[in-house]
Design a protein around this ligand. Sequence first.
Ligand code: NAD
Ligand code: UDP
Length: 313
Amino acid sequence: MNKKILITGGAGFLGSHLCRRLLKENNEVICLDNFFTGVKENIIDLLPNPYFELIRHDVQEPILLEVDEIYNLACPASPPYYQFDPVATTRTSVLGAINMLEIAKKCKAKILQASTSEVYGDPEVHPQPESYRGNVSTTGIRACYDEGKRCAETLFFDYQRQYNVKIKIARIFNTYGPYMNQNDGRVVSNFIVQALKNKDITIYGNGKQTRSFQYVDDLMDGIIKLMNSSDNFTGPVNIGNPSEFTMIELAQKIIELTNSKSNLVFKPLPLDDPMQRQPVIDLAKKELNWEPHVKLEDGLKKTIEYFIKVIND
Ligand code: NAD
Ligand code: UDP
C-alpha cells in the first residue's frame, strides 16, 4: 500500500470519485461522511475492499485518525442544500477545517482543502485569477457557504504559518458528472433529469448568466496533482474548465443530446446568483502541468448515460 488517506465528504459526488481513484492507485482510503447530501449507494461497491473504511462522523466534531494525507471535501455544495441549515454549513466549513487541520498537525499529514470559485462571489473581474479577492456578500443567503469557505482558506494558511502544517488549496469551479445526486438541485443534474423525463427545463432568471463546467475526471487529475505537488506550492489554485456557457446554451445542448421534447420555462433568479464565472488556469498549467481535456459535449454524454441508468433503476 502507498498511503493512508482520509477523504471527508467521501460519500458525496466528488468524494466518491476520489475514493475510487485513490484506491485504484493502491492507497488505503478512509471515507468519513455524515450522509447529509452523500449516500451509501455512491460507494457501496467499495465496501468489500479491505483497504476501504467508512466512518459515519460529522466534521463539526473532533476526531483523531492516523493518516498520511487528508482531502477535506465535507460540505454541502448545492445552493438549496447549503441554504437548508446555513448555520450548520458555516460550522461545517469552519469547525470542519479546524478539526481536520488538527489531525494534520498531530500526525504531520498533508491536507488539501476543497475550496471553491464561490470565494470570488459575484465577480467584477472576468475571468477570475487567484489574485482576485472577490465580491462576496457577508450577509446574503449564499454567505454561509462563501464565507465559510473563505474562512477555511484563512485557517489553512494560519495553520501553515503557526504550526508548519503542509497545506494545499484547490479553488474548484462548477464540476459535473456521474454520481451527482438526481435531486441535488444543481443545474447540470436538474437539466438532464428534466430533459430525460420530458419535463419543463427550469431556467432561473433570463438564462444569460454563465458558468464554466468541468468534467469530474479532469478535476480528479487536478486535485491529485495538487496534493502530490512540491511542498512549497500551496495554492490557492483554480481548478476548472475555462470554456464558458450561458444556462440557455447548456439547456439547448442537453435537449439536443437527449432528444428531449422539454420546453424551457423561466423562474425567478435566486438572490445573489453570480452572473458570470470563468477560471484563469495559468497557475495550474505552470505549477501542476494540468489542464482540462474533456469537452462539455463528451462529459454531458457520459453524465446522461449515468442518469438514464439511475432513473430506470
Ligand atoms: P456533495 O454534496 O455531493 O458532497 C459533500 C459530501 O460532504 C456529502 O457526502 C455530505 O454528506 C458530506 N458532508 C456534508 N456536511 C458534512 C459534515 N458536517 N460532516 C461530514 N460530512 C459532511 O458535494 P460535492 O459536489 O461532492 O462537493 C464536495 C466538495 O467540493 C465540497 O466541499 C464543495 O464545497 C466542493 N466544491 C464542489 C464543487 C462542484 O462543482 N461540485 C465546486 C466547488 C467546490
Ligand atoms: N440554475 C438554473 N436552473 C436550475 C438550477 C440552476 O437556471 O434548475 C442556474 C443557477 O441560477 C445558476 C446556475 O444555473 O445561475 C448554476 O447553478 P448551480 O446551483 O449549479 O451552481 P452555482 O450557482 O453554485 O454555480
